[in-house]
Write a protein that binds this ligand. Structure first.
Ligand code: AMP
Ligand code: MG
Length: 368
């Protein structure tokens, strides 16, 4: 099924790449002594893009002392991401792997022992659910798969695009209770007490994988920037004299192929949920991929939400959550979470931001 990279993803990649390469110093040769400047001059910038993992365009940029060093770290990074992609894949099976696809097919028959990453991620989401954060509900697979089917059909054949019926959505909506997921930490197994439920971890999987890749990259590369579609992880400051990496916030008008703002960051992750990533059109109206668990329809309160913090899984979870909440609700939540900064773009074009976000966003910084 799926497994195709959207045109929007390619546009976004070009945007990230153009930002990465703007304002950079030319590569220079290693120097023998070790003043900070000379140390920096010992590093060159390298980049690699991969189109075959996580259904998106992934770009790793890093500073290394040689192409070989960079290649070694990049090989390992993409291998790691590919492992997580297989574990979190809900559409394909891989021999001997109890991945998401396998769980969705078999976890109502008997408990399924799963890889640690999948178990961890589900437990992490359950903690959020138990804490009352219920807008991002990974147990909503029954509803999300209906939207996925209609979207795929509508994209393939726009003239015949149609919406799922309310009855169909409501029937699926009976099977999205997180409490139907039974977790056994002893055996690391998952059981569905409701045979009609399935998991969809699309709202958090890339964030989880980005954190794991970043954990590896911190010890493998002096500085890196990893971009997985709407998820970016910026490591230590770039080794070219700049204090920060420049991470663009996409202009929701994708045809413009531009940024609405630029965040100057290091040691941070930036994750955006937007209504322009995946959508189809029915009767001139756009139906995108982020579904409000209350209405079971695409949420219309936001055009995009960008989260900046230090944990990509959290940023990914919150970008989806705040996309579904009103600005006021999301703002109250963000203000209660130290280290979490947010930029909202509302349907009327208004841009809102937390106070902390204004220290990173170029267009909002106080002139000094
Ligand atoms: P993101 O782009 O991180 O906001 O994630 C969107 C993806 O998460 C969608 O493609 C769906 O697979 C899934 N999703 C959509 N709405 C929800 C929701 N309310 N709760 C959990 N997952 C969702
Ligand atoms: Mg998300």
């Amino acid at each position: 099924m799926k497994r195709h990279i959207t045109q929007n993803a390619v546009v976004s990649m070009l945007l990230v790449l153009s930002l990465l390469f703007s304002g950079c110093t030319a590569p220079s040769s290693p120097a023998p002594s070790a003043t900070p400047q000379q140390e920096e001059a010992a590093y060159q910038k390298y980049s690699r893009t991969n189109l075959s993992v996580f259904d998106t365009v992934i770009t790793l940029t890093g500073f290394s002392q040689s192409q070989e060093d960079f290649d070694r770290a990049a090989d390992r990074t993409f291998a790691l991401l590919s492992e997580y992609d297989h574990i979190f894949d809900g559409y394909n099976e891989y021999e001997g792997l109890h991945n998401l696809y396998y769980v969705n097919r078999h976890a109502a028959e008997a408990p399924v022992v799963v890889p640690e990453a999948l178990y961890d991620l589900i437990v992490w989401c359950k903690e959020k659910w138990d804490a009352g954060l219920r807008e991002t509900n990974i147990a909503m697979g029954a509803v999300l798969s209906i939207w996925h089917e209609y979207r795929a059909a509508g994209m393939a054949n726009p003239d015949a695009a149609k919406l799922p019926s309310e009855a169909e959505l409501r029937a699926a909506g009976e099977h999205i209770d997180f409490n139907s997921i039974q977790l056994d930490p002893e055996t690391r197994s998952i059981f569905f007490s409701d045979p009609a439920m399935t998991l969809d971890i699309g709202a958090v999987a890339k964030g989880y994988a980005a954190d794991k890749a970043a954990e590896y990259l911190y010890q493998a590369m002096p500085s890196f920037l990893l971009s997985l579609g709407g998820n970016v992880y910026a490591g230590n400051a770039p080794k070219d004299g700049r204090e920060n990496w420049a991470v663009g916030v996409q202009n929701p008008d994708i045809a413009q192929n531009s940024t609405i703002d630029i965040l100057d960051v290091h040691d941070k992750t930036v994750v955006t949920s937007g209504d322009y990533w995946r959508y189809y059109t029915v009767d001139g109206q756009r139906y995108h991929h982020i579904i409000d668990p209350e209405t079971l329809m695409p949420s219309r309160k936001m055009v995009s939400v960008t989260i900046l913090c230090e944990e990509s899984c959290l940023a990914d979870f919150l970008s989806t959550t705040l996309f579904v909440l009103t600005y006021e609700e999301g703002r109250a939540l963000a203000d209660s979470m130290p280290g979490v900064e947010v930029m909202w773009i509302l349907p009327d074009g208004t841009i809102e931001a937390t106070e902390g976000m204004k220290q990173y966003a170029r267009s909002m910084k106080n002139p000094s």
